[in-house]
Design a protein around this ligand. Structure first.
Ligand SMILES: [Mn+2]
Length: 312
């Protein structure tokens, strides 16, 4: 069978990557494979399109493994947590040129890849990778377990979203048995926020709008907020969570103004509302309960478009 990742380990040079601005799941899965390949004495580069910096709340992950020496071409690329090649950012062409593109993911119908190991029902990409490593007989060590658990925690909203199945708990339990440090990871991701980020959060809360009849809530982060509070944009990923807290809001949106004046939107839902459909209005994507998009439209235009879509 050619659906084993092992079959590609001798088809170098190998690149490991994931979506632009990688999150806990993309980083966790990618770094887990990198650790495994290092242990197997297989050369592989790992990198992502990271326009700013990696978030400090995920720095329990072995960031030091990420390369800054990317080759001009690769025979084999492992792509994690990325349903659409446009989300590869600056590495899109490099990756699409590879002979073997192995996409390991939990998005619905990834649009690329010469081999897809995909389960859109899985809570995280690290869940899909965990199953694959077990199937292929690999030993998962403590550092790999920490990487895998990180993706599981972040993509389930610390085991709270509807994607948190009994299998998720079983895998989490296995990972703890293998040495993963749940308390350390949770504390770093959720239990400690930069003081300045907390002050910024108070402004976001101040600005929350609740469209009661639409069960829609939203807020915005502006460029001047980052300056005022002396904080980097990548330190503020958690801000959507507070917008999402509003009771009786089924859809939450956080708009983040970009340096060029365009906006990035993060969408979250509850009660089975499909925010992926809303993200697709702006050519974005993601999952039913969590999606994102980028758009040159103004704040008012974005809000209007979403409100109209919710009404219909
Ligand atoms: Mn994911």
């Amino acid at each position: 069978m050619n659906n084993k990742i092992t079959n590609f380990f001798d088809k170098g040079p190998i690149l490991i990557t994931g979506h632009i601005n990688p999150d806990g799941d993309a980083l966790g899965a990618s770094l887990c494979l990198k650790i495994l390949l290092d242990k197997e004495n297989i050369d592989a580069d790992i990198d992502f399109d990271i326009p700013n910096n990696l978030p400090s709340n995920l720095d329990h992950l072995p960031y030091e493994l990420i390369s800054n020496n990317i080759k001009s071409s690769y025979e084999t690329v492992f792509v994690f947590d990325c349903g659409n090649p446009s989300r590869l950012g600056k590495y899109e062409d490099l990756i699409l040129d590879a002979s073997n593109i192995i996409v390991i993911d939990h998005h619905i119908n990834p649009t690329f890849g010469t081999l897809q190991i995909v389960d859109s029902e899985a809570a995280s990409t690290t869940q899909v990778l965990y199953r694959q490593l077990i199937d292929e007989g690999y030993i998962i060590d403590k550092s790999m377990a920490n990487c895998l658990l990180t993706g599981l925690i972040t993509d389930t909203g610390r085991f709270q979203y509807p994607n948190t199945t009994f299998e998720v708990f079983n895998i989490a339990s296995d990972l703890l048995k293998l040495g993963a440090d749940l308390a350390l990871i949770s504390e770093n991701i959720y239990g400690s926020i930069e003081f300045n980020a907390l002050k910024l959060q108070s402004e976001i809360i101040n600005r929350i709008v609740f469209e009661k009849e639409l069960e829609f809530t939203y807020s915005t982060v502006y460029q001047e907020d980052y300056k005022k509070h002396d904080i980097d944009a990548e330190e503020t990923d958690f801000l959507i969570d507070v917008v999402r807290l509003v009771k009786h809001a089924n859809i939450a949106l956080l708009l983040k103004e970009q340096p060029d004046g365009s906006y990035k939107g993060s969408l979250r839902s509850r009660n089975n509302f499909n925010v992926q459909e809303l993200a697709s209005l702006f050519d974005g994507g993601g999952h039913k309960a969590a999606s994102g998009f980028s758009t040159p439209l103004s704040e008012e235009e974005i809000i209007d478009k979403i409100k109209n879509a919710i009404k219909t």
